[in-house]
Design a binder for this molecule. Sequence first.
Ligand SMILES: C[S@@+](CC[C@H](N)C(=O)[O-])C[C@H]1O[C@@H](n2cnc3c(N)ncnc32)[C@H](O)[C@@H]1O
Length: 184
Amino acid sequence: MSIGLAVLIVAVSSFLLVTIAITFIRTGVPTIASAKAAQLQVAEYLRKRNALRIYELGAGKGDFALRIAQYNPQAQVDGFELSLVPFLFSLFLKRFMKGGERTRFHLANFHDVDLREIDAVAMYLMPAPNRKLQPKLLKEMKPGSVVASVSFSMPGWKPQEVMIAPNISKTRTFIYHMPPTLVR
Ligand SMILES: C[S@@+](CC[C@H](N)C(=O)[O-])C[C@H]1O[C@@H](n2cnc3c(N)ncnc32)[C@H](O)[C@@H]1O
């Protein structure tokens, strides 16, 4: 390998690592994939609700959004991700997974996205980002729309349902119908 190529590989790798670190510092959420069993439960739940426009907030490498699209042939799915590396991976994955033709990925902050016209959001974040997102969900999401949050509940909201995935860690997904019943 020439020295030029080695320098290029090191430079690109360093750049990608730095972008991952910066996004983590900005969002406080690492890019970790949710359990496939939980993704399938959410996809199936949204199919039963006949959700037509679905957003995934913090789409990571894209498999959750693509799985939702795969099991919801009636739906248009959009995934929003701030971190460059998983976003690029999602564009790659979209070409190979079923449902990719109805899935769009955006390199964007989901706090800047308009949620008024959509039927459902799915996400796998963490307690602090969930809490930060609550006022936006309450303000923008239309009555009867669905919030599906894998692993982490929405503080102060009574879930409509808690689904338990058939995997070893029994991943829980909290389902809310908007507007949620508040429990304080
Ligand atoms: C735990 S990962 C989940 C990845 C994927 N959704 C899954 O279920 O496998 C959460 C992702 O949310 C992204 N994220 C966090 N805050 C964000 C924001 N404000 N806008 C867009 N993406 C965000 C992070 O970069 C991270 O990739």
